[in-house]
Every structure is written in structure tokens, then in C-alpha cells.
Write a protein that binds this ligand. Structure first.
Ligand code: GUN
Ligand code: FE
Length: 424
């Protein structure tokens, strides 16, 4: 067992931080054995004590919704709403991933930058292309980061270069499932019908059947934009709501499911998400940039709906999940101004959402409780520390102001992760 010594901060529950000044985390076989404030509190003797001095030690970040294939478009093309934005900027960029060399160049930068910002696990969209999706999965594996990677399935309403008949899409997904089926693998496929408008009923049905057959997780987009929701109502007139449409195809919690956005989710759709354990990937910057609106995160929490945070590059412009906590808090304050019964998110709630709540999608990830995988960041915030701040104030400043310059060491599943290399 190794002992890591630092100022330890994590959350067990959303309402409260656990703070252990100059404490120890014991780690064996990649998992936390215990946390204590003395080295002699552990049953077993430590083989090694790694002392990080006055640094903070916190659980690593999880990005629950990100389009790796939109990385070139990060920070540009913010002048359209969702549907025209997809047509004008997003689909043409994704079409370039028919070239696996282009994919390797872009994806290697994407993975390196996730690492930079302390994101050790991601739930990512690739593109329709099998070979490029393999490239992204290999890059995650070489980096030592955890990821669910989706080969995107779509057969209508995009551009021909991104369409794929349902039977081909399923065969390609099955190839990935067979190649990446190690039960304890850090990188795994996830079934990814893009959203209802880009998938025919035959495609949606086939995706649902595939997920059930192999017990594969599912990701997609839900109730993001008003125009999108009107379109889905036209496409699926027999469904009670957008979520119900996925449900009818076996894509709404029949296997572990994550839905991005849910800005307009309410009523029966909200109840169904809670009942089925469907997780929301809340993407506040994306919702602001493509004029979607503000997702009701307090309502999700009040109804027991699981929530994580997503950067949603390139609808979102910021890859930092630290900053995503800030945006989530700020957006929740605007919701609060409109309805004072919906209290805005506290710092501990935002932290819990980004770490332990999100991490539950990967297993036991996102906390330092016994049995959790040791995904951790060592924060050297001396450059931010120009007065006597408390440990929680130091964490708050790091979340609001910090970046890769303040992350000294990164761990995923107990392994120290070096900087991934970038392909020229
Ligand atoms: N809905 C369907 N595709 C997308 C996408 O690429 N980005 C966002 N934000 N929403 C989507
Ligand atoms: Fe998205």
C-alpha cells in the first residue's frame, strides 16, 4: 500500500466537504483503502509515503459530454442556434474524420488537453467513422485515461458523408465492442445515436437492441433547444415527450444512460429520468453559446435525477471542468433569480456533481471513500495563495481561478499519468 500525504478534500455527500489537513490516503491496487489523519491509523504498513507537502489532494475531474471531433472548432462559430450551427459548422468538420490521419492529429491534442485540465475520465463522441473512432480509443488507452467513446450513429438529416445505413452502423459498433471488451478496461465503447432527428426509427431500434444485447451504456442529446424539441415531436408523434421517444427504442435507462443538456426537461420526462436512473450531462457553457437556455439543475437534484458536468466542446468553448463548476453555479443563480424557491448550487454541490456524482457512471470513481478508484489531482496553488486562506478557500480559488499551471500531478486508477504526446 502507498500513502499519499497532503491536504485532502473530497465529498461524500453533496452538502458537505470532507477536509483532512495534512492527511493520508492509502491506495492499493489502484483503489483507496482508507483516509486518515495519521499514518499509523492504517491496518497495513505503508510501503511508501509520497508527501505532497502543503498541496491540496482532490478527486480528478470527469467530463460527461464532449465531442472530441469538434476540437478544431473550439472557441469559434458561436453565432448560430443549435440546428443551423450543426449544419453550417459542425457536420462539415466531423466529415473530415473520414481521414484517420487528421483524426490522429486532432484527437491527440484533445486527449493531451483533457489531461492538462485534470480530466481523467471522459464520455466522448467521436464521429460516424469506425477507423477514426479506433484512433481516439487507442489515444485514450496510450494516455492511461478512462473513457467511454462513442462511434456516432446517424442515417438522416445531416450530410451524406456522415450518414451510414443502420446495419453497417451496428456491424461497426459490434466490431468495437468485440475489440474493446476487457471487463476492467479503462476505455470502452458506448452506443451513441446522435439524437432523434439524425436517426431513423430503424437506427434507433437497432441501437437499443445492440445496447441490450451487449449490456452497453448509451449516450445521446435530450431536450436541448426549443426548435429541436418541436422537430422531435413531428418525427415521433406517438411519443409523450422526447425522453419517451428514446424509451420506446430501449435507449432510456434500459442500460446505463447519459443524456446531454435536458434544458427543457420537466414533468413526465423528468419523472421518467429519475425512475430509470438516466444521468444528465449538464453543459452550461454550451447552453449559453448556442442560445439553448438554462438547465434546471436544482430541480434535477430535488427529483433524485443524477447529474454530471460536460464541456460539450464545441458548443461549449471551455474544456475545464473546474470552470464548468463555476458556470453551473452562475447559471443556477440566474434560475434562482427567476424562481427563488430554486436555490442556487453551493460550491460543495458543484464539486460533488463534477466528481462523485459524475464518477458513478464509471463505477466507484470521484471520491476518496474506501473502495474508490484513486483518480486524483495534486494541486500546487502557491501562485494563487497570496494571503492566509483556509483550505476550502484555497479550493474555491483554484476552482474559480486555477488551471493546468496549478495541477502538479495527476492520477487515474492509482497510476501517475504523464503528459500524453501530440502527433505532429
Ligand atoms: N445535438 C446533436 N448533435 C449535437 C452536437 O454536436 N452538439 C450539441 N450541443 N447538440 C447536439
Ligand atoms: Fe453535445
Amino acid at each position: 500500500m502507498k500513502l499519499y500525504k497532503a491536504n485532502i478534500i473530497f465529498t461524500r455527500e453533496k452538502d458537505q466537504f470532507e477536509v483532512i489537513p495534512h492527511g493520508y490516503v492509502g491506495v492499493e491496487d489502484g483503489r483507496v483503502v482508507a483516509v486518515a489523519n495519521h499514518a499509523d491509523a492504517f491496518d497495513k504498513e505503508a510501503e511508501e509515503i509520497i508527501d505532497y507537502g502543503d498541496c491540496l489532494l482532490i478527486p480528478a475531474m470527469n467530463d460527461m459530454h464532449v465531442h472530441a471531433s469538434q476540437y478544431r472548432n473550439q472557441g469559434i462559430s458561436m453565432d448560430l442556434e443549435l440546428l443551423p450551427w450543426l449544419n453550417q459548422y459542425t457536420f462539415p468538420e466531423e466529415a473530415r474524420y473520414s481521414d484517420p490521419h487528421y483524426a490522429r492529429r486532432m484527437y491527440s491534442r484533445f486527449v493531451r488537453d483533457l489531461w492538462r485540465y485534470g480530466t481523467m475520465r471522459a464520455v466522448a463522441f467521436a464521429t460516424t467513422h469506425l477507423e477514426s473512432t479506433r484512433v481516439l480509443m487507442e489515444l485514450f488507452r496510450e494516455a492511461g485515461l478512462g473513457a467511454f467513446v462513442g462511434k456516432v450513429d446517424m442515417d438522416r438529416n445531416a450530410i451524406d458523408a456522415l450518414h451510414e445505413p443502420a446495419d453497417e452502423a451496428i456491424a461497426n459498433n459490434e466490431a468495437l465492442i468485440n475489440e474493446w471488451n476487457a471487463p476492467d478496461g479503462l476505455v470502452k465503447p458506448i452506443i451513441t445515436p446522435r439524437f432523434i432527428p439524425s436517426c431513423s426509427p430503424a437506427m434507433l431500434r437497432a441501437c437499443g437492441e445492440l445496447a441490450r444485447k451487449y449490456h452497453m451504456p448509451v449516450q445521446s442529446h435530450l431536450s436541448e433547444n426549443a426548435g429541436e424539441i418541436v422537430w422531435v415531436r413531428e418525427l415521433e408523434p406517438q411519443s409523450h415527450n422526447y425522453g419517451d421517444a428514446y424509451d420506446r427504442y430501449g435507449l432510456f435507462g434500459q442500460t446505463p444512460t447519459i443524456m446531454a443538456h435536458c434544458v427543457y426537461t420537466a414533468g413526465d420526462e423528468l419523472e421518467l429520468m429519475a425512475r430509470r436512473g438516466v444521468m444528465v450531462a449538464h453543459c452550461p457553457t454550451s447552453n449559453l453559446n448556442v442560445s439553448s437556455c438554462m438547465a434546471p439543475v436544482r430541480t434535477f437534484l430535488d427529483h433524485g435525477v443524477k447529474v454530471g458536468l460536460g464541456s460539450d466542446i464545441s458548443g461549449g468553448h471551455d474544456l475545464s471542468i473546474l470552470r464548468m463548476m463555476v458556470y453551473a453555479i452562475q447559471v443556477s443563480k440566474m434560475c434562482y433569480v427567476r424562481d427563488k424557491s430554486k436555490h442556487f448550487l453551493t460550491l460543495s454541490e458543484a464539486f460533488w456533481i463534477a466528481t462523485k456524482s459524475a464518477g458513478s457512471f464509471f463505477g466507484r470513481v470521484g471520491s476518496f471513500e474506501p473502495g474508490y478508484e484513486f483518480d486524483a489531482l495534486v494541486i500546487d496553488d502557491r501562485a494563487l495563495n497570496h494571503d492566509n486562506y483556509s483550505l476550502l478557500q484555497r479550493l474555491e480559488r483554484f476552482i474559480y481561478l486555477g488551471d493546468d499551471r496549478h495541477i502538479a500531478v495527476r492520477y487515474c486508477r492509482g497510476r501517475e499519468i504523464p503528459e500524453p504526446s501530440v502527433v505532429k
